[in-house]
Design a protein around this ligand. Structure first.
Ligand code: MLC
Ligand code: AMP
Length: 499
């Protein structure tokens, strides 16, 4: 049997509900049984997948969770694919991770149609992979690689962040301790599961605790409010844009409806915000309508959750709190010197929750660390008393929109393929609901013109919708400094002036 503690723990919870989705309600015993079948089907005649990568494109419900655990029980590495990604992006992740097996849900088969894979890639469909099977499972040690999550950064193509089972366990331990998870909890998931926030903070913490995870297929503010009205949840976690959209929906409702909506969430024990800066205005409005002071925390795919406001105690607006259990945090200057309270610098993190490596990128992995500290690229002010306030990022090429991390360079690379585009620069433009929106500044060939919608249509089979520019600026030349480098801050300013 697997030596993975997460899986051993789920055995203890037997007839408790593990997952509830739009198809029904499933116990921990159901989950273990179906994951076991998944593992055996994935193994076929092999004894152990031996860290082979299994990519999958599956909606965020029971089958997703069963498949994920099945990959781990078979000794494989799970590579979740984004449901909103274009065939080109999916092809990249499958190719880069070297996945030999791709499991897909029939409803998402079209996502794979335009993508081309190497001859060695085997496509397998649900529910076939979950059908009854017999056989032995391999012992899987927790030092092994478990998951690759693709994240955008300061390179044009996303990098695969590899976590071991031990890394994942450390991340879960830190969160479940800090936020006092228990088997009595029920959480609602509306987040995508190919990123850390949804899969780790919500789904895996829930399984570890023996709690109940209610899963929705995507986010719709009205459906979330309707679900709250059943008053059977204790926890909710989202990105700031989700709270902002829930607030819009509340404001668009009648006085009677909104009073009922407010009442439906008063009984939750905790509501968490993260993945992007929570505007103080959203925190205050949410408090007014729900009575909850959102707990803001800070994390990153490479490190899990690192800083958090207290579960018990005062949560300070605009702050992300203190180092989480098992996490060592510090701020450093450009010469890699540690700084004390009352100063600002780059946040660096150490601990068992920090990832193993960028997949197939030893140079990038090495560059990401300094004397054992992971360099986040985020700048913070360390306040007296030890609380952190995030000030921004070192790189202008990283955009955070709706909690998604987007690489400006990746979008520029695509836009440069457009026959009319001579030069382009992509930047994040501040937005109260999305945090940032994608803005593209273009220099076109002599006498040419293009509308935003035309550009979006053209790029829509190349990029996920959330990466498509929503702001466009046509310029005669891009602003550059004396070295000839495009000055992105000047472009950001031009977008802001044009509002
Ligand atoms: C959707 N759209 C976006 C977008 N998400 N545009 C920009 N940025 C985004 N993030 C587009 C849609 O394609 C659509 O385009 C239009 O906006 C309106 O869509 P919507 O239906 O109103 O939005 P919705 O689909 O509801 O998405 C909103 C959202 C989603 C907030 C639920 O963005 C989301 O799930 N974000 C969470 C991302 C996440 O999990 N990040 C965690 C990373 S881990 P059109 O053209 O069709 O109108 C991490 C570590 C940590 O950061 O600390 O947690
Ligand atoms: P990702 O690479 O998608 O995991 O995104 C991680 C990044 O999200 C971090 O490096 C931060 O820039 C940002 N982030 C996460 N939580 C917060 C927060 N509470 N406030 C500000 N930024 C955050």
């Amino acid at each position: 049997m697997a030596e993975i503690e997460l899986i051993q723990r789920t055995e203890e919870f037997g007839e408790k509900t593990a997952v509830e989705d739009w198809t029904g309600s499933f116990t921990y015993a159901d989950l273990l049984r179906i994951s076991h079948f998944a593992a055996l089907n994935l193994l076929g005649r092999e004894e152990d997948l031996g860290e082979k990568r299994v990519a999958f494109i599956v909606p965020p419900g029971f089958e997703y969770v069963a498949l994920k655990l099945g990959v781990w029980m078979a000794g494989g590495v799970s590579v979740p694919l984004g449901l909103t990604h274009s065939p080109r992006e999916i092809e990249y992740v499958i190719g880069d991770s070297g996945a030999e097996t791709v499991v897909f849900h029939p409803d998402l088969a079209h996502k794979l149609e335009g993508a081309s894979f190497g001859a060695g890639v085997r496509l397998r469909r649900l529910p076939d992979v979950l059908l009854p099977a017999r056989g032995e499972l391999p012992p899987v040690r927790e030092e092994r690689r478990a998951m690759i999550i693709y994240t955008s950064g300061t390179t044009s193509k996303p990098k695969g962040v590899v976590s071991t089972h031990l890394n994942i366990k450390a991340q879960i331990n830190s969160m479940t301790e800090a936020w006092e998870w228990s088997a009595g909890d029920s959480i609602l998931n509306v987040l995508p599961l190919h990123h850390l926030h949804g899969i780790l903070n919500v789904v895996l913490c829930s399984l570890w605790s023996g709690a109940r995870c209610v899963m929705m297929n995507g986010f719709s503010p009205r459906d979330v409010w309707d679900r709250f009205e059943r008053k059977d949840l204790t926890l909710f976690m989202g990105v700031p844009t989700i709270y902002s959209k829930l607030i819009d929906c509340w404001e668009d409702s009648s006085a009677r409806e909104s009073a009922r909506m407010s009442d439906s969430i008063r009984g939750l024990r905790l509501m968490v915000s993260g993945s992007a800066a929570l505007p103080v205005s959203v925190l205050e409005k949410w408090k007014e309508i729900s009575g909850h002071v959102l707990l803001e925390r800070y994390g990153m795919t490479e490190i899990g959750m690192a800083l958090s406001n207290p579960y018990r105690g005062e949560r300070l607006p605009g702050r992300v709190g203190f180092a989480m259990p098992g996490v060592e945090a510090g701020i450093f200057d450009e010469r890699d010197e540690p700084l004390g309270e009352g100063s600002q610098g780059e946040i660096r993190i150490k601990g068992k929750s920090v990832f193993l490596e960028y997949w197939g990128k030893p140079r990038e992995t090495e560059d990401a660390f300094c004397e054992g500290w992971f360099k986040t690229g985020d700048i913070a002010f360390l306040e007296r008393g030890g609380s952190y306030r995030i000030l921004g990022r070192e790189s202008v090429d990283i955009i955070k929109s709706g909690g998604y991390k987007i690489s400006a360079l990746e979008i520029e690379e695509v836009l440069r393929e457009h026959p009319l585009v001579e030069q382009c620069a992509v930047v994040g433009v501040a937005d109260p609901s999305w945090g940032e929106k994608v803005g593209a500044a273009l220099v076109l060939g002599e006498g040419s013109s293009i509308e935003l919608e035309e550009l979006r249509d053209w790029a829509s089979d190349k990029l996920a919708r959330y990466k498509l520019p929503t702001r466009l600026l046509l310029l005669s030349s891009l602003p550059r400094n004396s070295m000839g480098k495009v000055t992105k801050n000047a472009i950001k300013q031009s977008f802001e002036n044009s509002l």
